[in-house]
Write a new protein. Structure first.
Length: 72
């Protein structure tokens, strides 16, 4: 059974997802900084991870802007 969420609830959820995603990115940066044996392969893996996280974060931010447009 599907429920309909209000735009306000959707905005709250997206805002929380953005905060969580930003936190995850900071943690990955911290982990990479502590990885002193960062070889070329490991570096590529880190860069791929950051690109994926940034892509998700941008999607969340875009969705938030779209929802804000519905509120107006």
């Amino acid at each position: 059974m599907a429920t309909r969420w209000s735009v306000k609830k959707k905005l709250e959820l997206i805002s929380t997802l953005i905060k969580l995603q930003e936190y995850q990115i900071r943690k990955y940066h911290d982990m990479r900084a502590k990885d002193s044996n960062c070889t070329g392969i490991a570096w590529d893996s880190w860069e791929h991870t950051f690109k994926e996280l940034d892509k998700k974060l941008e999607g969340y931010r875009q969705l938030k802007q779209e929802l804000k447009g519905e509120v107006k």
